[in-house]
Design a protein around this ligand. Sequence first.
Ligand code: PBG
Length: 328
Amino acid sequence: MTITLTSRPRRNRLSENIRSLVRENNLQVTDLIMPLFIIDGTNKQQPVESMPGISRFSLDLIVQECKTLNQLGVPAVVLFPSLDDTVKDARATESANDDGLYQRTIAAIKAAIPEMIVMTDVAMDPYSSDGHDGFVTEQGTIDNDITLPILAEMSLSQARAGADVIAPSDMMDGRVGYIREALDQAGFTNVGIMAYSAKYASAYYGPFRDALSSAPKHGDKKTYQMDPANVKEAVREALLDIDEGADIVMVKPGLPYLDVIRAVEEVSEVPVAVYNVSGEYAMVKAASMNGWIDHKKVVLETMLGFKRAGASMILSYHTKEVARWLSE
Ligand code: PBG
């Protein structure tokens, strides 16, 4: 007996060629941004224990790493400094040092590979003796408005070093507009801003804080980073940042927040980025190393999931391995 069905969706899945024709989303190497951790010294590479496959590199090795990424077609990197406690203070003074490790690294990468988009992180935590993204008062609160000029000085110093895109990850109110104004006043009208707009107070940042020794000394980040329960608030944050001049808005972390990427993408007039953070990386690596999942397939499926959710670009520690797979 022949069964007549009006719909047979499986017809569009019958071969790889038909599947490739109907495919709605694709992952490309040009979607990827590699986060890199910098340490002082020369020819130094320190593996990050909770992030197998990821190391902190000295300036010379970071430049090498950027050359490799560039050859693989990766368009951008985002830099994070791992600093000695001795240079940290309450006002994150080191963050505006034009001769600091961070600034020298930006300049060295731009000199060696001018086409590489160098994105920088703006927040006080790697430079702060308190380990917070904003200025900590005597009462232990985070003062929004004292923090803004500190972030602006940090941004200007990074722009002078040659940064292409400034990425404030601090979640202070009004910082995008404040930094935009400072950059424009100083003539850096071509330096872009990628705002960490919807950045949640997440437990998934654990391995990153190990990598930078940047965990808060007291309390948590809940008075500035967002409550994981909220999505409307993420839309509000993104719209405010766009209004203040953000060129790209970001949702972070990635996997537990795919609905947030979708919600922000639906209202955003600028591209949406997602940060596939350290804890997400660590979980996938741990399961892979135990042989519990197929590493390559799980990573590629995860990346595609971000694209399907609405992300235009993905900051991920998997970038280098994904770039290799895509070029095979
Ligand atoms: C610091 C910053 C953090 C991350 C990026 N920038 C940590 C934090 O807010 O505590 C997390 C990235 C990751 O986990 O991969 N402002």
